[in-house]
Design a protein around this ligand. Structure first.
Ligand SMILES: [Zn+2]
Length: 577
């Protein structure tokens, strides 16, 4: 049987995970499927589906815990083996659970099942069935292989710098260096790597576009664009909506972002000699940093959440007390940061690598925004896919929390508080045009699948000139030829996903404006939104939560103007002292 988890643990570290036995797991799901097919009435079918959800929760809890343990200590042999095992056995297990979904969809007791679980669940199952057929299995294998090859090319990069060899992420500390010579040299090296691999990466991307287009044709789509939307479960918005939204970004957000970049250029003071890589530096005096040890930052966060709201405080303290936060970088620990919800334990978990930058504080706000939604969504429903909203909404919870916590940033940044808030808000705004062209680029590529690599690059450069006109690549012919997108791994790994971040960013700015009017009321609205989880599709969810859709009406215009009002209180030149 699959290991059963219960929420009565004292410390997450002590929860043991047993080995996954493929055959037992498959048998368990198959026997539920068998019973569902032979159910006598709606009541029995409902009970079986509930068992299926509980079983799925146990399996996904085991998978989450294995993944977490492996990330926390990549040297641990037991969890490394279990983690490899998951990759090996999941395709076969998915085949059985897909069959269950299919039989659920075709059940003669649909009326009763819809009454119990809602129409949305059927719509979700229908959409995932539409994006798959036996015929495309070899193409899917090829697609995954190409993605792995891209990851391999990027992650195996070793860049020689000042007598040592570094990976691309490791070069980050040099490309962001306050020392200009280091920064420009490091940046030249990193882009040199992409220039050297231009043909290779471009060739991989061409093959990806080709195989994705082929899959789309086999499934009866005109091109890959709509299929990408269907794969992501976008039930009620279309590539056309995205197009209109991108035009509004150009109209309302780009002028603001241009003014932010112009002020930045002025502060840096390099005049005509400014290089695109200088924009990595926001203040000539360096970035704001949190003051204090990781323990002090956590206790500041405890104080912050206790003053913000009893609900936030309750769950943050729970995570601290039950050791559901692993924040400090250590030997053998994987890089990056994430939040994961473990349904069987009814808890969220946060993984991070504190490194003394403002990103440490972002973890305590952003990832906790995800975590809080996990807790509240988990309490509201037993249907796994209803706990958290779709991909376009998931980041709304986390990005909004970054803004709700502004009044407490002095606990972390002391004398750097204004410096932090101004930069954080500017970054939020200037990100939107960038996220927008990552989307525009891909939409164009998949609508015109026969373009050459050079034509794609030219189109990218054209988009940059429109949306990010401050980018002047007079010193870098590779970037001038339109190669920047090749470093954005989402373009390769998660086609057409990136726009979601910009949508979430706009919603976060809406919450920010409301919190400045009435913080308590805005936070109550946010908690209610958390609790709705994923029980509605995108448009319905926003409507139910009382959030204006970033794509509709004048939302972007209003958000731009309220954000600008707030930004006006800062004198960035003064902050840069
Ligand atoms: Zn996030």
């Amino acid at each position: 049987m699959i290991q059963h988890f219960t929420p009565d643990f004292a410390s997450l570290e002590d929860v043991k995970v047993s080995r996954l036995e493929k055959q037992e797991i498959m048998d368990a799901f198959s026997s539920l499927d068998e019973r569902l097919v032979h159910a006598k009435d709606g009541k029995e079918a409902i009970a079986i589906v509930k068992e299926y959800f509980a079983l799925s929760d146990d399996l996904s809890s085991a998978i989450s815990l294995i993944y977490i343990r492996h990330q926390v200590d990549t040297q641990d042999e037991y969890y490394k083996e279990l983690s490899d095992l998951i990759d090996e056995i999941m395709p076969e297990i998915s085949a059985v659970t897909n069959q269950f979904d299919k039989d659920f969809y075709e059940s003669p007791f649909r009326k009763e099942l819809v009454e119990e679980f809602g129409q949305l669940y059927f719509d979700q199952v229908a959409l995932s069935m539409k994006t798959f057929s036996e015929e495309i299995i070899p193409d899917l294998v090829e697609e995954n292989k190409l993605v792995s090859e891209y990851i391999q090319v990027i992650s195996s990069a070793l860049i020689e710098f000042k007598g040592e060899k570094y990976s691309i992420p490791q070069m980050g500390k040099f490309t962001n260096s306050l020392d200009r010579e280091t920064r420009l040299e490091a940046s030249k090296k990193v882009w040199g790597f992409y220039a050297d691999n231009d043909e290779k990466i471009g060739g991989l991307y061409s093959k990806m576009v080709e195989v994705r287009t082929r899959i789309a044709h086999k499934l009866g789509y005109k091109n890959f664009l709509q299929l990408a939307y269907d794969r992501m479960g976008r039930l009620d918005w279309t590539p056309e909506d995205a197009k209109v939204y991108r035009e509004k970004i150009l109209k309302y957000i780009v002028p603001l972002s241009n003014s932010i970049f112009a002020a930045q250029k002025e502060r840096l003071g390099f005049g005509k000699d400014t290089r695109s890589s200088d924009f990595a530096i926001f203040y000539s005096t360096g970035n704001p940093t949190p003051k204090g040890t990781p323990e002090e930052l956590v206790s500041a966060a405890k104080q912050m959440y206790s003053e913000l709201s009893p609900i936030a405080s309750k769950y943050f303290n729970f995570m601290v007390d039950h050791k559901c936060l692993d924040l400090v970088a250590k030997k053998g620990k994987a890089g990056g940061g994430f939040m994961d919800y473990i349904p069987g334990l009814k808890t969220s978990f946060i993984f991070a690598n504190f490194n003394g930058t403002s990103g440490d504080v972002d973890t305590l706000t952003h990832e906790f925004g995800h975590a809080l939604q996990g807790f509240l969504g988990g309490e509201m429903t037993n249907v796994p896919s209803y706990r958290t909203p779709g991909m376009e909404c998931a980041e709304m919870h986390s990005m909004s929390m970054e803004f709700f916590t502004y009044p407490w940033m002095n606990l972390f940044f002391k004398e750097d508080t204004d410096k932090y808030c101004y930069q954080h808000l500017c970054d939020a705004l200037t990100f939107i045009p960038y996220g927008c062209i990552i989307d525009a680029f891909q939409a164009y590529v998949y609508e015109n699948p026969t373009l050459t690599h050079e034509e794609r690059k030219a189109y990218w450069r054209q988009l940059e000139k429109q949306y990010l006109p401050h980018k002047d690549y007079w010193d870098n012919p590779f970037l001038e030829s339109g190669g920047y997108w090749m470093r954005q791994h989402h373009v390769f790994e998660n086609p057409l996903y990136y726009l979601d971040y910009t949508i979430a960013q706009v919603v976060a700015l809406e919450f920010f404006a409301e919190s400045r009017e009435d913080e308590k009321k805005a936070f109550e609205k946010y908690i209610a939104f958390d609790k709705l989880g994923g029980r509605y599709s995108f448009r319905e969810l926003l409507k139910t939560a009382g959030i204006k859709n970033p794509m509709d009406g004048d939302t972007l215009k209003e958000v731009a103007s309220s954000t600008m009002d707030y930004l006006k209180q800062f004198d960035p030149a003064k902050l840069d002292k």
